[in-house]
Design a binder for this molecule. Structure first.
Ligand code: AMP
Ligand code: GLY
Length: 434
């Protein structure tokens, strides 16, 4: 079967790689893809948010499955358009993608289905939000733009002045455009953060192995938030008890609620959770795989990825059986431009990716890379590469990943040297396990 992978990041490169290992795989197309995917996929210059262009491409090339990486095309209705054209796709339709597309929708669903989440208020009016913040007395609080804001629409505020500034910024100055016309103000939750990612076929849920990412830009979890500077899988934070709590209190009720509402969820469901002393609480849902979480999960997937994704997309996950995993640990290190998450320089030459990828148990996933007019690999974004190592322990996986990192260089390359540190230094107490 031929498959189209939509997107151009490290996550999508990981999809291409794992699909290339599948038994029944034919040709892999990537739209638009990146400089590193060309070895296993045909990159076609159709943008990831060009719904019509992607449907035309999938139809004209006769692909049997479309794997959608980023959230924007899902929220824009790509899967509706593909399914209407008779093409199965891994990803939710527009109505269910609101789970990520609107924080207010997500909170309302949690409230109705009694899924644990922070207490909150939704505001459509700046005047009401400002007066609420001025009279508020529980700090810190969290202010969230309702719509998609490329991971930047969440501000933790420590007093009324900060809260008022954040509200003004979103609702009056329209920093995130339409995404900030409505906001959610919610209670601050304490605990350890954990991502749980599952495949959902409308009714059946297959929870993937647990993973954790590192959002802060610098070592020691310092500096501004990024899309993720590295990740590892599995994690000891997930005891059997916490796992069951997440499945029973969060994932199953979410899937049932969407099913009952007539908007069944199909695709990858990513729950961003806080493990509090009262158990897991939902921080957010994403309607896609995490990046860089997929770069540590997919190299551990032993089941046939094409069969698994196709079963998810066509509602036959219940017949698939257990998803099988490599028991080893994976650790992924993101190599970023020195300016990331701020403005970045593009077009800088990258060397050593092939040397790194030739090391045993090392995967090099391309994110912001391109081939220049002379066919040389150059930087093309903030997060440039993700180097994943596998090993019998997290320490071994991490050593393998950094051995790969050492082979690679580009001007002003920056990476965190401490991926997995909390887990390795035993700072990660299983908060929800007590
Ligand atoms: P979100 O996009 O909603 O996951 O928020 C981004 C980040 O903000 C999360 O990964 C958390 O680190 C933090 N965050 C969001 N909501 C809360 C909350 N209610 N309490 C504490 N931290 C939060
Ligand atoms: N790594 C966090 C995310 O993909 O949202």
């Amino acid at each position: 079967m031929d498959v189209l992978v939509v997107g151009s990041g490290g996550r999508e490169h990981a999809f291409v790689d794992v699909l290339a290992r599948s038994e029944g795989i034919g040709r892999i197309l990537a739209a638009p893809g990146n400089g590193g995917m060309a070895a296993s996929a045909e990159c076609v210059p159709v943008a990831a948010d060009d719904v019509k262009g992607l449907v035309d491409l999938a139809r004209s090339r006769g692909v049997g499955l479309v794997v959608v990486g980023p959230e924007a095309p899902l929220v824009a209705g790509l899967v509706d358009a593909l399914e209407d054209a008779g093409i199965p796709a891994l990803g939710p339709r527009k109505a269910a993608a609101q789970l990520e597309g609107s924080k207010a929708f997500c909170k309302e669903l949690c409230r109705k289905a009694r899924i644990p989440t922070a207490a909150y208020r939704t505001f459509n009016s700046a005047a009401e939000a400002l007066s609420y913040c001025e009279g508020h007395d529980r700090w810190p609080s969290v202010i969230k733009a309702d719509g998609l804001a490329a991971g930047k629409g969440v501000v933790i505020v420590h007093d009324a002045t900060m809260a008022v500034n954040a509200v003004r910024d979103m609702m009056l100055n329209k920093r995130f455009g339409e995404a900030g016309e409505r906001i959610v103000v919610e209670d601050f939750l304490e605990g350890e953060e954990l991502s749980m990612i599952a495949l959902v076929d409308g009714e059946t849920v297959a929870v993937l192995e647990p993973s954790r990412d590192h959002k802060a830009a610098f070592d020691g979890d310092k500096g501004p938030n990024t899309g993720g500077m590295g990740a590892f899988s599995p994690t000891k934070l997930l005891t059997r008890r916490v796992y069951e709590q997440i499945e029973e209190r969060v994932l199953l009720p979410t899937v049932h609620a969407l099913h009952k509402a007539g908007t069944p969820y199909r695709g990858i469901l990513y729950a961003g959770l806080m493990l509090t002393v009262d158990g897991p609480y939902v921080l957010e849902f994403n309607v896609r795989g995490g990046d860089p979480e997929m770069e540590v999960l997919l190299p551990r997937l032993k089941s046939d990825a094409l069969a698994l994704f196709h079963a998810t997309a066509t509602g036959t996950l219940a017949d698939f059986g257990e998803v099988e995993w490599d028991p080893r640990h994976a650790c992924g290190v993101v190599l970023a431009d020195g300016g990331y998450p701020g403005p970045v320089t593009k077009g800088l030459p990258i060397s050593g990716t092939e040397d790194a990828a030739a090391l045993p148990d090392v995967h090099v996933f391309h994110a912001g890379t391109a081939l220049d007019e002379r066919g040389r690999l150059v930087t093309n974004g903030g997060r440039v590469l993700c180097v994943t190592g596998l090993g019998d322990t997290l320490q071994a996986a991490r050593d393998t990943a950094y051995a790969g990192v050492e082979r690679i260089s580009f001007p002003d390359m920056r990476f965190r040297s401490d991926i997995g540190w909390r887990e390795l230094e035993d700072h990660a107490s299983p908060a929800g396990a007590s």
